[in-house]
Design a binder for this molecule. Structure first.
Ligand code: CA
Length: 220
């Protein structure tokens, strides 16, 4: 739930961005337009976007899926790591927010790689599985309603090829997951999801304190 890495003090965060961030003008403009919105905290941090571009490049991803597109910054970051004939299936339910993304995907010359599906993501994922697409994806980014994380995860795991990567956002949820007094539904859902993944023998994992906490989950 943060548009920057929250577990660093401001001076160190600013330094990290100064010496490592290569954000394009289009991405900066998208981030600034999103920052004006009431739901701006749903924007991922720029250093996280750059990290995701790098992951997509490192893995040689051709087919990616995103659950929760919002205004399209993370989709653009993923698309930028894809080859020219690569494809990102971006799932969201908001016409209004994704319309902002579409504008910038065009401007960045990446729109041809992004296939936006406006429907509840579980429906889209179930349809892909029913269509025989299990094992056809290399990469998934889960960043939507937290109470469905486990449902998204199970479907993405089926859709991924062995060695494919699921990246899950907001796994530290502003630090609230570490506060046992916090019993809010989203916090509990993330806490349960994290514990489940830790004991899931189907995957290799690493949780990193970037942005609002990011889990990297590799399908064995
Ligand atoms: Ca998020």
């Amino acid at each position: 739930m943060s548009s920057k890495t929250i577990f660093l003090n401001q001076a160190v965060y600013d330094y990290l961005c100064d010496v490592s961030l290569h954000e394009s003008e289009v991405m900066t403009a998208l981030r600034k337009e999103t920052a004006e919105l009431e739901m701006a905290v749903m924007q991922i941090a720029p250093e996280q976007g750059q990290f995701m571009t790098l992951l997509v490049q490192l893995l040689g991803v051709r087919n990616a899926i995103e659950i929760g597109t919002f205004t399209g910054y993370s989709a653009l970051a993923i698309a930028m790591g894809l080859p020219d004939d690569g494809c990102l299936l971006a799932c969201d339910v908001s016409q209004e927010w994704t319309a902002i993304g579409r504008k910038y995907w065009q401007r960045a010359g990446q729109a041809h790689k992004i296939n936006l599906r406006l429907a509840p993501a579980l429906e889209t994922l179930n349809a892909l599985l029913a269509d025989g697409k299990a094992g056809e994806f290399d990469f998934a980014f889960i960043d939507a309603d937290k109470e469905n994380y486990r449902n998204y995860y199970e479907r993405c795991l089926q859709l991924l090829r062995p060695g494919g990567l699921i990246v899950v956002d907001n796994v530290l949820w502003g630090g609230s997951v570490a506060d046992s007094e916090n019993k809010k539904p989203d916090t509990c859902a993330i806490r349960e999801f994290n514990l489940f993944v830790k004991s899931d023998a189907r995957v290799d994992i690493s949780m990193i304190p970037m942005g609002d906490g990011l889990s990297l989950i590799r399908k064995k």
